[in-house]
Design a binder for this molecule. Structure first.
Ligand SMILES: [Zn+2]
Length: 83
């Protein structure tokens, strides 16, 4: 999953943030504007995921599938996750 420290809630493009972990099968949806109110626009996506997932699994890969589409080549995503 994308853990780029430069990606913040403030530059996330979609109104709804999907949080998904392929390791522990968690899935949830968060309102972006509410997330910014709560965590601040400068909060990185990585920190946001860690905060909302609160996962104890050391292999946790919590992240947002939409982030992959935004910052990665789609073909690369398909190869990796087979969406
Ligand atoms: Zn997890």
């Amino acid at each position: 999953m994308v853990k780029d420290p430069n990606v913040t809630l403030g530059i996330f493009r979609l109104k709804r943030i999907e949080v998904f972990c392929p390791t522990c099968s968690r899935r949830g949806f968060y309102d972006r504007d509410r997330a910014i109110e709560r965590h601040g626009a400068d909060c990185t996506m990585f920190n946001f995921f860690q905060a909302v997932a609160n996962c104890s699994n050391p292999r946790c890969l919590v992240g947002c599938p939409d982030l992959l589409y935004m910052f990665m080549d789609v073909r690369e995503v398909k190869q990796k996750w087979e969406y």
